[in-house]
Design a protein around this ligand. Sequence first.
Ligand SMILES: [Zn+2]
Length: 375
Amino acid sequence: MATPQPIKKPSRPQPPDPSQKRPRPKSEAAPAAPNPVPDTGDKPYGLVPLPAKGIDRQRPAGQDQFRPKLMSGKLHLTLTAQTASFIASGVIAMGRDVQLPRVDLVKTAVHQENKLIIPGSSLKGVVRSAYEALTCSCLCKTKVRREKIPEGYSECKINAKQKKFDVCPACRVFGAMGWQGLVSFPDAIGQSIDIHVEFMQSLYGPAPKNPMYDNNGKVSGRKFYYHATQSVSSKKAPDGKDKKGLDAQKAKQGCIFKTALQFKNLTEAELGTIFVILGQDENHPMALKVGGGKPIGMGSLSVKVELLEKPAIPKNRYTRYILPESDFLVGAPLQAFMQTAIAQAQTNLIEPQQMQELAKILAWPTQNAAPEGMY
Ligand SMILES: [Zn+2]
């Protein structure tokens, strides 16, 4: 399988490694050298290199029936906005139409009865991107033009006529064309009714020299924005000039959202990978980055897993972690369950290099300051 070419970077010649001279046992394939980590300089984002192994395509578990050895249930989550967050509804309203008579125009957020909403589709997208980056998954939900995708990394396609059902780890869990996936994300509902209006500067498009394509014009990695301690909301640039932008309906720092992620027929490692992305791995503390204004420090959400609900399956009940009379896990038993699943994920599904790089970018808490000016 073809792997992306190394990125051209000035590098010192390395002394030969004596261990490489030892002949490998014939049964073992030579492990692919890790892909280089693209250098994004002072950009507000980093890139997680594509896995050198290529894509691991297999047949998904299927949703037609509950499989007793696989895991099904519901994960109750509390999300806390660690920086101001904005989920655009796509509508710009006149201030007086949204009870803000002193504001001319407002970028409105997704809300219901004055409560802000994070649409399930947004959350799913964010969790999926991280899942793709951590595992040997295809480059699919991407805006990148097809010719920029390195050979072998293109989107999984199911073709029932040709009996092609094998898809990558992310497509197995989150779905692909013609395959619904095993997890669903309902909308996360804001727990307070106040909507905060604050200035949001216009952001600038990708710079002409984009490190994303440093791999001989092909994608060199997956892009994730760094977290920042606080988002930028000032109307003046550091040079004293007025910034371009509009007022926007934001979720304030400290705003709380609740949702319950549903899953069906996941392996322990698959569920463990989701726990890692939700920031539950003690060795890789991370937060999610959701919605608009990511380059200026917005949209950092920390996650607390409150409760795991597992439906009673009378036959072959999976009782290793839970009390037989209980369908619910909270507190210490929930922690133990998550850490065991995470260990499975780290051993059997997550790529170590990709884990390290993603955890660096999405590390939470952070000391990073968001860039005030243009980037
Ligand atoms: Zn795929």
